[in-house]
Ligand binder design. Structure first.
Ligand SMILES: [Zn+2]
Length: 306
């Protein structure tokens, strides 16, 4: 079945200013990779705008209003010290969250089994009430909440392999037994949370990795903890917070992963999805700041989804 790409040109217009690592060139590099001749089987769709009711499943109305009213008419404004916005950022953030909702609709309606959302700003640090770490709305959480509410799904899993802990996603779902969140991340590293003892209701699996631990530890942790829990949870839909900043060439962290590691984990997740979720996987772009490594990792990841 066709693999879909959800994206929108507004995500390119989210201008974060000079020298910001989370820049439009990232998405350009990803989209250049995904439009190579070898990827011609992909079907590209325009991301819808997330609606207010979709966003308020995860974020407070006051926070959403604050974001949209802070969007400047020109220049830049700050939602937090790292999270810069510009005139098109409000639409970009709504398209990024809307992409994941559109992806959920597509897999639930049987248009596709796998979808990759090529979007920015990223989302997994965003909390119900504040922006954080380049993230405005928590895209994957908005999508997961859409799956719970709109489709009545009882078991939704989120796999997060970004090199940073997905603290926002954890905060949003740590008391939600219908969600299993499994994530690996470098520790110590921003944002500082994500210890193995942070388990929520027992629905959170954190796999902190020491700097330079590389493939061996990454695979061992996922085999022993993440994938085992994921398979036994029997998810009916799996989301991936796909951050590629654990790559050895990435300037923001030191996890020493390579493209093949992302392919390996993606294949394992797809296999579990085939067992319990009718193959349904919705993946969404999070971090990844070295353009060549990001594009190559993303292509490898999407090929594994296909
Ligand atoms: Zn990251």
């Amino acid at each position: 079945m066709t693999t879909l790409i959800y994206t929108h040109k507004a995500c390119m217009s989210h201008d974060t200013g000079h020298n910001h690592p989370e820049r439009a060139e990232r998405l350009r590099a990803v989209l250049d990779g995904l439009t190579m001749p070898s990827m011609s089987a992909l079907d590209h769709r325009e991301a819808p705008l997330a609606t207010l009711s979709q966003l308020t499943r995860v974020h407070s109305r006051a926070y959403i209003d604050q974001v949209l009213s802070t969007v400047p008419f020109s220049g830049h404004a700050y939602l937090d010290p790292d999270t810069v916005i510009s005139p098109r950022s409000g639409e970009a953030a709504r398209r990024a969250a809307g992409a994941v909702c559109g992806a959920v609709d597509a897999v639930m309606h049987g248009d596709a089994t796998r979808v990759f959302c090529a979007i920015r700003p990223p989302g997994h640090h965003a909390d119900p009430d504040h922006a954080m770490g380049f993230c405005i709305f928590n895209n994957v959480a908005v999508g997961a909440a859409h799956a719970l509410v709109q489709y009545g799904i009882q078991r939704v899993a989120i796999v997060d392999f970004d090199v940073h802990h997905g603290n926002g996603t954890q905060n949003i779902f740590s008391r939600e037994p219908r969600i299993l969140l499994t994530g690996s991340h470098q520790m110590p590293l921003y944002p500082g949370s994500g210890a193995a003892f942070e388990v929520g209701l027992g629905n959170i699996v954190n796999m902190p990795l020491t700097p330079n631990s590389g493939r061996k530890e990454f695979e061992a942790q996922w085999r022993t903890h993440g994938l085992t829990r994921l398979a036994s949870f029997e998810p009916q839909l799996i989301f991936i917070s796909a951050g590629f900043d654990g790559h050895r060439d990435d300037p923001l962290a030191q996890l020493d992963l390579v493209e093949a590691d992302y392919a390996w984990l993606t294949n394992e997740v797809v296999e579990i999805a085939e067992q319990s979720a009718a193959g349904r996987v919705v993946s969404t772009l999070e971090g990844g700041y070295q353009l060549d490594a990001l594009a190559a990792s993303c292509v490898t990841h999407v090929k594994a989804l296909m």
